[in-house]
Design a protein around this ligand. Structure first.
Ligand SMILES: [Zn+2]
Ligand SMILES: [Zn+2]
Length: 231
């Protein structure tokens, strides 16, 4: 008798072996059966994606076609997790790190161009990767990090970078450390779309200003320097 309990979601009375904790691991003290746990994760993920779509709509009102530069990764976990289900740097499957979890702290958001060296704090510059890779990468420039990867993942990571940034990693202009935080983002999240449309009949910004590379790194970035000095 003591071996049975009721699932909070499906209300079925099941053997305690069917119960899992919030990370999906078998645990007789968990509130939900394994199936309900997976359904809950899926529901939460879909709800998060829906919220993120609304955030995109709001960012578009304020920033126009350049909204991606202003899309702070912290507000796009679900979309970023949907990009792939394995680490782009080493190939580890995310569900092998933690079973069936979304938004788990063992997965890291990596800024491909490090914030410390002027990388953008936006979804353009962020991928989900495994913790060990993120820690190994540290504050390295993306090109230096690529050199440390297995050829297969070097090729993949370079392609992902190119796809997300719209230019190869050689085009990155190293600069001063990027501050987190966005002047309008709080606003975009809490005001309804209709109100934002009234407040911002036209987008407020153009592209983020191009950074001039410090003299010491000018040589490394010679391919992108010509374009950068124009501003
Ligand atoms: Zn259940
Ligand atoms: Zn990895």
């Amino acid at each position: 008798m003591a071996e049975l309990k009721q699932c909070r979601r499906c209300r079925k009375t099941l053997h305690i072996d069917h119960f899992v904790d919030s990370s999906g691991l078998r645990n007789p003290r968990g509130h939900y059966c394994q199936l309900c746990h997976l359904k809950r994760l899926d529901e939460r993920h879909r709800a998060a994606l829906k919220r993120e779509l609304i955030t995109i709509k709001k960012l578009r009102i304020i920033y126009g076609k350049h909204w991606r530069h202003y899309a702070a990764p912290e507000f796009f976990h679900a979309s970023l997790h949907d990009e792939r289900d394995f680490c782009p740097y080493c190939g580890t499957w995310f569900d092998e790190i933690t079973p069936g979890t979304f938004n788990n702290s063992l997965l890291h958001l990596d800024h491909m161009d490090p914030l410390d060296k002027g990388g953008e704090n936006s979804i353009r510059n962020v991928v989900v990767c495994c913790g060990p890779c993120n820690i190994r990468k540290g504050k390295r420039l993306f090109l230096d990090w690529l050199a440390m990867l297995e050829p297969k993942y070097r090729k993949l990571a370079r392609a992902i970078y190119r796809h997300k940034h719209g230019h190869p990693p050689e085009g990155f202009i190293e600069g001063h450390s990027t501050k987190r935080g966005w002047p309008y983002l709080e606003l975009t999240l809490y005001k309804p779309v209709a109100e934002l449309q009234k407040l911002f009949p036209k987008p407020v910004v153009a592209v983020p200003s191009r950074k001039r590379p410090p003299a010491s790194t000018a040589k490394r970035n010679k391919t992108g320097a010509g374009r950068a000095n124009k501003s």
